[in-house]
Design a protein around this ligand. Structure first.
Ligand code: TRP
Length: 335
């Protein structure tokens, strides 16, 4: 039996190379290993928890994220891609689970805590009930599909831990019903931004998107932060503090990287030439992704069909789980 795998993203923007190295690559590998039955949700309801004032943004990005998934090799024949808000059982489960979680426990959740601190502009001094409770909704995302495996980055671990607690509490009160998921740390790495920031992100303006054109990629690479002490071409450079060297390590063959770094240290390589070479390598690496994305951009009805089919399949699974949950909770009045 294939293991049910659950993962997803909030559709708040197009996906970038940070997502690619951080999670997408791993998802495609897991999908192609044949060991899993992946369900990949586009978490529009969760996106609204911190974008409730911007429904247009969430709406638009559902299809953008779907096209990003398809372009990197998420295969709708092997993975079920679906839209979270179209699974009403997830919202229902969230209500049931909310009785099993205390407010204090949610406030202590490290991921939620960090995010609330980052979103002071939106929430001011008092966070919404919906945002504070999003770990409950995420537990519903996972358990509605009897998820066994959840591949996540480190920042998501507290959410999985909270899901475990909900599952255990539910099963101890209502009887063994829910499946306890296992978090699988994707050993993928976090990619720094072009400006050297620890995080790549839209709001930071330091990201290269999977959908960027070659011209956009070149322009962004030309603005990447290099060794600030290197002013003239024959100054000796330090690739250890240069973002261009950092990205060469991701996109350039090892031997070529060694040459790049040696020449930089010896003051024999200009930053402009170095950046052009990097831009070329990024453009070529992303070419198949960009071409596949262009295929889907030209065929929106095909993207919609994939989303409708995935969502229809997901609805059936969630309905089955809901039957079991209602029976366990004695909410099955006329069965
Ligand atoms: N919280 C995840 C993120 O921000 C998205 C997500 C929603 C998710 N529901 C999920 C991930 C269920 C894994 C499983 O990226």
């Amino acid at each position: 039996m294939k293991k049910r795998l659950i993962t997803g993203d909030r559709p708040t923007g197009r996906l970038h190379i940070g997502h690619y190295f951080g999670s997408l690559k791993k998802r495609v590998e897991m999908q192609n290993s044949g060991e899993y039955d992946p369900y990949i949700l586009i978490a529009d309801v969760q996106a609204l928890t911190d974008n409730f004032n911007n429904p247009e943004k969430v709406h638009k990005n559902v299809r953008e994220v779907a096209m990003d998934y398809l372009s990197v090799g998420i295969d709708p024949q092997k993975s079920t891609i679906y839209i979270q808000s179209m699974i009403p059982e997830v919202a229902e489960l969230t209500v049931f689970y909310s009785n099993l979680v205390t407010i204090a426990r949610l406030q202590r959740n490290p991921t939620v805590k960090t995010e609330i601190a980052q979103k002071k502009d939106l929430f001011g001094e008092s966070v919404t009930y919906g945002f504070l409770g999003y770990p409950v909704s995420q537990a519903a995302d996972i358990t509605a599909f009897e998820g066994e495996v959840v591949p996540v980055g480190e920042d998501q671990l507290p959410l999985i831990e909270q899901c475990h607690e909900i599952v255990r509490k539910f099963n101890s009160i209502y009887g063994d019903t829910l499946v306890e998921p296992k978090a699988v740390l994707s050993e993928a790495k976090r990619i720094k931004g072009l400006d050297g920031n620890e995080k790549m992100g839209k709001s930071l303006g330091n990201a290269i998107y999977l959908s960027d054109t070659p011209e956009e990629i070149t322009k962004k690479v030309m603005s990447a932060v290099t060794d600030p002490n290197r002013i003239r071409k024959d100054d000796l450079g330090n690739p250890d503090i240069c973002m261009v060297a950092y990205y060469h390590k991701l996109f350039t063959p090892k031997e070529e990287v060694d040459t790049v770094c040696a020449e930089c240290r010896a003051g024999k390589r200009g930053c402009v030439a170095c950046k052009k070479q990097l831009a070329h390598n990024i453009i070529e690496t992303l070419r198949p992704i960009r071409e596949k994305r262009a295929y889907y951009e030209a065929r929106p009805e095909e993207v919609d069909r994939i989303l409708i089919e995935g969502t229809t399949k997901a609805q059936k699974v969630a309905k089955e789980t809901m039957k079991k949950v209602k029976k366990a909770m004695k909410l099955d009045y006329f069965e």
